[in-house]
Design a protein around this ligand. Structure first.
Ligand code: WT7
Length: 653
């Protein structure tokens, strides 16, 4: 990045938590935050040891941190079982009969699991996994709908020390193959199907297709969700309900090393191949536990609801591990926010008395568009705290969320973090931090965040730069699975010993962080990270395509839309039906979230003389409909005129 990063947003509205909220919160003044933050940066071992001590360890650590950049070991020598911390310690204590998960299916079915029931289910499933020969460190793919069984499957893997890798249910069979191969998984946990907007998503069928190409999977366990007919391969495929019948509901858990691998989660980067982000046990659990406690201010009488999918990091950290480690009651929902209409979330908040509600800006924008009549129909007075994640929230959406959902009384925690960071890094603390629409405000305890320029020099207030984290933190990624070189290059090669997040940002005079967005070739579509290179390689895999370039274009609801420029192989004539075919092709290879919103067929793409596609120009064309900058490095400037014509013609039609 040679050019300066500009950020024009200025925002004067400021909201302080009410006295009543502050009084009851764990951190209730800025003085307290500042003192604790200072201590946590200067003496991280003290702060994090205090947090970790609130969890159950079967062997205490010898050393809080061992740091040989970029390799961190947290709570060295300590042993714990992550699942026991999330389940058994509540099930065997005063929270035994407390609801852990209140689940609602898309069609309206309801189920509640107390901590004790959850313990039995998880134990049974851990016994099933072990009876299938699944061992510590084996990789297990989880490809499931949003049912309690998804959380149970993850927790059961953690319980036996197996490494789960959850694949979002919207991904295609080909995406499953890539992840199976990269992780060398030996088992898959899935369901016959899942419900989404009243339709059945054929999960098992996708797994079957993937396993035609990947042969090393020995076991498939299928949860029966829809009752659709699916094919079951003898000796490989087993029904969840039949296997759990055969085993005991008691499972003695073993403690694992603090640095034992907990899960791999694949995320997009700037090259075509997804990165297997590796998280480990003790540090990750401490980070997710602690952030839930301070940022969501979780208490025993709270009803917490995070609307993410377990297939994303938000689901891992803030549906499964963090909330359960805190012993909170949570609501879990299977389906779409607009099923049967845009009132679904508000109806559920009223019904279950949700107090803490964590969602995404893209969902909020969709609700705004649907109209205020939906939330107005319901009593939302149980809410006391709101949160957002996934992308910068535009001030309009923030204000709407604050007024129409929070009734003007709920603090909003705009939480910045990433798959790689494992837990929230920058966020208000709801009892003290003054919030402003559009900023994630201040770093969490132990997080040494800064904005630096290309040379690593810290930027002044309001000067745009790159967001970095200068000190290790417990829930940080430990590796890109089996690819240390890529791990070092992607995150640690810009500045020595410092983590580069890949986001552009600035701080204001008060030290608030304003995130602008990604600096690499990664799009943020409805809060999902999509690599342009990944979509391009899917397009090029189509027999008609010679070359492809993908860029993002601002989109009212999704944040960014995916725009593809495609040049076809010699002799192939394109038309609108081919454009549709290419969109569907991307859907088939990656999943429908990656389908381009627009496909522009163009005989040529703008290139430098050395042959590099100039995505910068394409981005400018789709955003402004023109080119203002310098095009002297372009090999054939006439291409540009042609492209402008194609794009503007289409957006008019
Ligand atoms: C990227 C990480 C963290 C869970 C969901 C996404 C963007 C995330 C915010 C926020 C501005 C945000 C960043 C980041 N992002 N939260 N509150 N404000 N931007 O996880 O898929 O790993 O994506 O999402 O660009 O780098 P992810």
């Amino acid at each position: 990045m040679s050019r300066n990063i500009e950020s024009h947003l200025s925002e004067d509205r400021e909201f302080k938590p009410s006295k009543d909220f502050a009084r009851k919160a764990r951190i209730s003044s800025m003085a307290q935050y500042k003192r604790m933050h200072k201590e946590s940066i200067e003496k991280p071992h003290l702060f994090w040891a205090r947090e970790a001590k609130e969890l159950d360890w079967s062997k205490k650590w010898d050393k809080v941190l061992e740091w040989n950049a970029p390799d961190a070991k947290w709570f060295v020598g300590g042993k714990l079982n992550v699942c026991e911390n999330c389940v058994d310690r509540h099930a065997e204590g005063s929270r035994k009969n407390k609801a852990a998960i209140i689940w609602e299916g898309e069609l309206g079915e309801k189920r509640t699991l107390t901590y004790q029931q959850l313990q039995k289910e998880v134990s049974r499933f851990a016994n099933v996994l072990e009876s299938q020969g699944i061992k510590s460190k084996d990789r297990v793919i989880i490809y499931m709908p949003m049912t309690p069984e998804a959380s149970i499957a993850m927790l059961a893997c953690a319980r036996i020390g197996a490494v789960h890798s959850v694949i979002f249910g919207g991904f295609s069979a080909d995406s499953i193959v890539d992840r199976l191969e990269d992780s060398q998984a030996s088992a898959v946990i899935t369901a016959d199907g899942g419900y989404r907007r009243g339709k059945v998503v054929p999960l098992k069928e996708n797994v079957d297709a993937a396993l035609k190409k990947y042969k090393k999977c020995r076991t498939v366990i299928v949860h029966q969700r829809t009752g659709e007919k699916v094919s079951m391969k003898k000796g490989r495929d087993y029904w969840w309900h039949q296997e759990t019948e055969k085993v005991s509901s008691i499972h003695k858990a073993k403690a694992f090393d603090s640095e034992h691998p907990l899960f791999i989660l694949y995320t997009s980067g700037s090259t075509g191949k997804p990165k297997g982000i590796l998280h480990t046990s003790g540090g990750y659990l401490t980070g997710t536990y602690s952030t839930c406690k301070y940022i969501f201010d979780m208490n025993d009488d709270d009803v917490y609801w995070c609307t993410a999918d377990v297939g994303w990091i938000t689901g891992h950290s803030y549906i499964v591990y963090g909330p359960l480690a805190n012993g909170v009651t949570q609501v879990m929902y299977e389906g779409a926010p607009n099923y049967p209409d845009f009132g679904r979330f508000w109806k559920m908040i009223e019904e279950y008395g949700v107090t803490i509600f964590y969602t995404a800006p893209t969902a909020i924008r969709a609700f705004i568009k649907a109209g205020d009549q939906f939330p107005q129909k319901y009593d939302l007075s149980s809410l006391r705290l709101l949160g957002t994640v996934g992308e910068p929230i535009n001030p309009e959406a923030w204000m709407w969320f604050h007024d129409k959902i929070g009734g003007g009384r709920c603090p909003i925690v705009d939480t910045w973090w990433q798959t790689e960071t494992g837990a929230i890094m920058i966020s208000p603390l709801p009892g003290c931090t003054p919030t402003k629409p559009g900023t994630a405000t201040l770093p969490f305890f132990g997080v040494d965040a800064a904005i630096v320029d290309e040379n690593g020099k810290e930027c002044k207030a309001n000067e745009g730069g790159r967001l970095v984290i200068r000190k290790p933190w417990p829930s940080m990624l430990r590796n890109i699975y089996r690819d240390k070189a890529r791990f070092r290059k992607t995150y640690w090669s810009d500045y020595s010993g410092i983590y580069t997040a890949g986001d552009g940002a600035r701080t204001d005079k008060k030290g608030n962080f304003w995130i602008v967005g990604r600096l690499d070739d990664v799009l943020n579509v409805s809060g999902h990270r999509l690599g342009t290179a990944e979509i391009e390689s899917a397009l090029v895999a189509h027999p008609t395509v010679a070359e492809a370039a993908v860029v993002g274009k601002p989109h009212e609801i999704k944040g960014q839309a995916v725009i593809a420029f495609v040049s076809l192989k010699a002799g192939i004539q394109g038309d609108s039906s081919l454009e549709t075919e290419l969109r569907n092709h991307v859907g088939k290879i990656i999943g429908s979230i990656a389908k381009p919103d627009e496909v522009h067929l163009s005989p040529m793409l703008p290139k430098t003389r050395s042959g590099k596609i100039m995505r910068r120009l394409l981005k400018e064309i789709v955003t402004t409909g023109n080119i203002s900058g310098n095009i002297t490095t372009l090999d054939d400037p006439t291409v540009i005129k042609q492209l402008i014509k194609t794009v503007t013609k289409k957006s008019k039609s």
